[in-house]
Design a protein around this ligand. Structure first.
Ligand code: SF4
Ligand code: SF4
Length: 92
């Protein structure tokens, strides 16, 4: 029987090369003001989105490129892959 072994903490397998411009933006901040539960702030596994003083802060340097925000708010979050040479590198 095959047995898979994984490290207890998977994050050391990820390296992020941060670009100086964000690969994540919003279509309309007004929609965020009207958004009742602001699911992006708890769906993102890396806490990229933070609600601060009537504004949505986007900590794009933390993005692990999982795609969850595109599932939860495709109408307002514009997400693109980081430019070539930036973003997540996986070390296996
Ligand atoms: S980005 Fe989308 S989910 Fe997040 S607060 Fe704005 S409208 Fe709501
Ligand atoms: S792709 Fe994943 S990690 Fe990046 S902002 Fe969206 S939910 Fe967060």
């Amino acid at each position: 029987m095959l047995e898979a072994k994984f490290p207890e903490d998977p994050l050391p397998l990820i390296e992020i090369t941060v670009d100086n411009t964000s690969h994540i933006s919003l279509r309309d901040l007004k929609s965020c003001l009207l958004c009742a539960n602001k699911p992006c702030t708890y769906i993102c596994p890396s806490q990229v989105f933070e609600w601060e003083e009537d504004s949505l802060k986007i900590n794009y340097s933390r993005c692990v490129e999982c795609g969850a925000c595109q599932q939860i708010c495709p109408e307002n979050i514009i997400w693109e892959y980081p430019r070539a040479g930036y973003g997540v590198t996986y070390h296996y």
